[in-house]
Design a protein around this ligand. Structure first.
Ligand code: ADA
Length: 562
């Protein structure tokens, strides 16, 4: 598994990073022409993990494309093939036979290949990044780029059997100092004989629970149990303590990592280990001109170093489940993370569509299953700037909040609203989050007035500002006041907002929009997006700091400008 720590001591893991054959299929003829078994003459190759919209010929290509890669297996009982993410629809074939499909660009999926022939195999993936207004999440109306490709790692594991641990989900909980860990496991018998084997769960190398699993030939079995963890070392921002859990069973093992900390709500505050949280965060897209969504790990790390340098303690993964390695790094570095599904900007007609509701619930469920063990995640966000001032919006928020609470009852659930005065859904969430752009899109209120009016509206609930900011084009300067797109004006808007937030003791916190400039749509928004970029970054797309960067750092850390 492609993470920041070792995930198995027994499996032979092979990463399929590198150049894959690549052909685009603008007429969508590939399936009928059987490109999965008769791959056409490749036009070129594409680096995986990667997206095609960073290659000159395909900068704006949206549609189907086919990728092929060969790999060699040694003799083994089975092989597991894992994709950390494909944007957005993936259909997968191995040696000309279908393995399956997956929809949802930011979440993982896997296939088990029983008794594969040793030797070379041909893997073909049809990837489709088509966005529309009625079936896809995200939809075609967006303010970030619709990169297509395989932006996160693909890897194969050779399994010797007789067993395979297909899933190890950990749900840590801490309540009044008592820690417990809910463990959910899926076991697979790779053999055609009954299998009876002891399993052991290790907590930091110490056995902490064991049992015997009996499986029929080729059977799959779910196990779920809870273990108590006495006197846990707590995960906190200052001292992010982590535990390693290893499950061993029938010739296989799987390692995951977690941490214990308590989140609770007391009136207007969110408490972390009993202390009021003060979120000082930034919104970050996974975006870079050379990599699109597919930032390599050393660039993720560098981004987090800048977050730390700014004096911030939190990242909002705007607006989709982030790479798990980024979450691993946040766990390790004591950074808080707010995670969201890409239900962005949907209007009431879109929200009323069954396919949208079903896909959103499935994504939310899968995101929480994937990530509930990360101590860095402090809240789930079920959508951003949708029609939550309509009955259709209320129905979907109700459905998604219920899904999130059912999947995880230890974290607050929220959504980001941009219609604070007419929103119909604030009563449904544990924490109210608003996006507002005073000094940029709107000028009718000051931030202190806004906060006061919001309080009057929502009463004793915790309040978070999930977005605020202004555009500033790197290198654009102005002597006069109020020149939009100048670095000076961006700095001024952020300074005014931060002064209000830092003076407001009841505010749970804020997330600056945004970390870096990000590539965006060429569509109707283009006039408001010079360079086809969202220019509200503290750093530009190459991470060069703007004046706003130094101003934020000075306000939060007292560190003077460079
Ligand atoms: C919205 C949206 C962001 C971004 C921002 C902006 O609040 O949630 O994704 O588009 O506006 O820059 O206007």
């Amino acid at each position: 598994m492609h993470r920041t720590f070792r995930t198995s001591t027994l499996r032979r893991q092979m990463y399929l990073d590198g150049f894959w054959d690549f052909v685009v299929d603008p007429e969508d003829v590939g399936v009928s022409a059987r490109w999965y078994s008769q791959y056409p003459q490749p036009v070129r190759s594409l680096w995986v993990p990667g997206v095609w919209n960073t290659a000159r010929e395909f900068l704006n290509y949206e549609g189907a494309a086919w990728l092929r890669r060969r790999f060699t297996l040694r003799p083994c009982a089975a092989a597991a093939l894992h994709f950390a993410a494909v944007t957005h629809q993936a259909n997968v074939w191995l040696d000309g036979e279908p393995l399956g499909e997956h929809y949802g660009g930011f979440l993982p999926f896997s296939f088990l290949i029983p008794r594969p022939e040793p030797g070379e195999h041909e893997l073909v993936v049809r990837v489709d990044n088509t966005h529309d207004l009625s079936t896809t999440i995200p939809s075609a109306r967006l303010d970030w780029f619709r990169y297509g490709g395989i932006p996160r790692p693909v890897w194969v594991e050779e399994l010797d059997g007789p067993g395979y641990i297909a899933r190890l989900h950990l749900k840590p909980a801490l309540c009044e100092g008592e820690a417990s860990l809910r463990v959910e496991v899926e076991l697979v018998n790779l053999t055609d004989r009954p299998l009876q084997e002891e399993w052991t769960l290790y907590l930091d190398d110490q056995p902490c629970r064991s049992g015997v699993a009996r499986l029929d030939p080729e059977d799959i079995q779910d196990l779920a149990f809870t273990v108590a963890v006495p006197q846990p070392r707590l995960w906190s921002l200052a001292d992010p303590q982590l535990y390693t859990m290893r499950l061993a069973w029938a010739g296989d093992d799987l390692i995951e990592r977690t941490g214990f900390r308590e989140l609770s709500i007391a009136g207007r505050q969110v408490l972390l280990n009993g202390q009021p949280l003060s979120i000082r965060g930034v919104n970050r897209h996974e975006d870079h001109p050379d990599w699109g969504f597919a930032l390599p790990e050393h660039l993720m790390l560098r981004d987090l170093e800048l977050v730390h340098d700014l004096g911030l303690n939190a990242v909002r993964g705007a607006h989709y489940p982030n790479d798990q390695r980024l979450l691993d790094l946040c766990d390790e570095r004591g950074l808080l993370f707010l995670e969201e599904i890409p239900l962005w900007g949907f209007d009431r007609e879109q929200l009323a569509l069954d396919i949208i509701g079903n896909r959103a619930s499935a994504m939310l469920w899968a995101m929480i299953q994937r990530d509930a063990h990360h101590p860095c995640i402090w809240a789930w966000s079920v959508l951003n700037e949708c029609a939550t001032d309509t009955p259709e919006g209320r129905a979907i928020v109700e459905q998604l909040v219920e899904t999130a609470h059912e999947a995880d009852d230890t974290r607050p659930v929220t959504f980001a609203s941009n219609r604070p005065w007419n929103d119909l859904c604030f009563d449904l969430v544990d924490l109210v989050s608003v996006n507002a752009y005073y000094g940029w899109y709107t000028h009718d209120l000051t931030w202190p007035e806004f906060l006061q009016r919001m309080r009057a509206k929502i009463g004793e609930k915790p309040l978070l500002v999930t977005e605020f900011g202004a555009g500033g084009i790197y290198g654009c300067h102005a002597l006069e006041e109020g020149v939009i797109w100048s670095e000076e004006y961006q700095r001024q808007v952020l300074e005014r907002a931060l002064a209000a937030f830092l003076a407001d003791e009841d505010l749970v916190g804020f997330y600056i929009w945004q970390f870096c400039d990000t590539r965006t749509d060429t569509g109707p928004r283009a006039l408001a997006r010079p360079r086809n970029y969202n220019n509200k970054g503290l750093v530009d797309e190459y991470r060069r700091p703007k004046l706003a960067y130094y101003a934020v750092r000075e306000l939060l850390r007292g560190r003077p400008s460079a």
